[in-house]
Design a binder for this molecule. Sequence first.
Ligand code: PNW
Length: 589
Amino acid sequence: MRISKVHKALLFATSARHVIAQNYTNASTSTEPGSTTVNGTAVANPSAFVTNLQVSVDDLWDFFVGPVDVANTTTTVQATPVPSNDLIPPPYIGNYGFPPGRQVPMVTKNESWSFPKAFHLGVAGAAFQIEGAARAEGKGPSTWDVNMHRVPGFALDNSTGDITDNNYYMYKQDIARLAAMGINAYSFSIAWTRLFPFGSGPVNELGIAHYNDVIDTCIQYNITPMATLYHWDMPALLQNKYGGWLGEEIVEDFTEYARVAYSRFGDRVKHWFTINEPIVICTSQYPMPEGYWRNFSIPDIQQQFVCGRNILLAHAQAYRLGKSIVPDSSIAFKNNGGYKVPLTNSSADAEAVQRAWDFNEGWFADPVYLTGDWPSTVNDYVSSFLPPFTSQQKEVILGSSDLFAHDAYTAQFYMVPDAGIESCVANSSNPLYPSCANSTYTYGPAQGNWAIGPSADARAPWLHRATDWFPAFMSYINTTWPSPSIQITEFGFAEPFESSKTLLQDILWDPIRASYYHDYMEAILISLSEGINITAALAWSFVDNLEWNSGFSIRFGMQYVNFTEPSLERHYKASFFEYTNMYKMYVEQ
Ligand code: PNW
């Protein structure tokens, strides 16, 4: 539908030329001293090229993105019961009617392990990666819509989020399929652009209605809804107005978005995550592709810290507001990163490991769980270009989380850079600057140079099955950033070569992913037995989906999705049965 309300006084900058400026810069091309060039045409005094436009959401799409693909199905699909044959586990797990003759090695249960009854056996997903319906029902464009459509090579298979899993219309069936497998928690993200097509300003009631029904459907199936406010889909207009997370205006706009979400959904949603993986947002999504967005002249290497600062302030403010609107809620941001193992026991490697924590998890965890401020290593670096947090800001940040939420996929080794830490810290052109921690995925020669574990698909080189390091990881988090509980808000695996398999029945056997979930669940059980209060496991992901810049070329789903329209059919993979079977085996009766 077309949103009739217009959003006033949008300031469009000429520097967003590929996207917007061509619509009006042709009016004047005089060349005066101090002029600059836009698309090869000299333009005088570019800052004067600002106009007040009244635009509709459709105009915004036309400016930023252009036409999008539309799925065959554009109305909500009702759920149908999952056929009981689809719920038969693979032969090595169950003995459901398979012919006799096979011998399955006996699985012994460790009787001293258990999952508490209240444990959240969950799955996770994110709006942009699954919903599709990009331009439907008043949604505004996000930076991901723009970049994937406009920037050549942005996704390695040229995919877009236009349709993906079409979960926007298929969520009822998706939730029914989770319930049929025994999943009791669903972590989804709300698209900011569905609630606020312009990022700020008028609220789109169709977006509200959609998530109301997602939430109600979860509850209908006894699944606890957990909502993430920001999983990377920045409203395009906010990116263009003030640089998205680079502009301090984002703090108020994000808080206002959060306010609407808490007040409209908080009666039913009690588990909230403000921001997904600030580290990934700030270090790998900024700077935005050059030439497509307004440029605020912040040096590339500084952008990540400007972003980090605004994210912390936005998170903390949204946390405080959330606690006042939904007092019986739990709220956290989702931190991320692998466990950091020192490559050797040298003190230099120990220092490198500490710097790696500081410039990854600690960058966000120290302020929230420990001090209200960044680690000193980070402060040493940013103090030359960022103002310190005021004592009032520190107060708001410190304690702005009810639990430690971690996307804990893997582990890797860290070691001192060849040049040494000191000389790296003094040399901003060192590629490891400013963290100055080197890393590797293989053990040292004394351990035979083995990789830390079997690798995921080559397009996810950061990911190995390293579940044997998980209990140490949890104990590290528990002692370093104490909080009442830990939730594993994402973990999962990209089965190697999965997207090059062609037979459905072969795709559904995903042995390394299955072993990952098996071992991971055991690792959680070990941590629980060591007294660490892990209250949720949210597997990434419940369906194959749009893996950001890797497009559909790598798969994280515990369900296969046939992306050929009109099918979009889902099928459970072996790993999904492994995951839920481990839970069923160990949950307290
Ligand atoms: C998460 N790393 O990102 C995201 O939250 C998901 O949206 C994404 O699909 C999923 O992991 C799988 O990639 C990560 O480099 C990105 O360590 C990178 C890393 C970890 C998580």
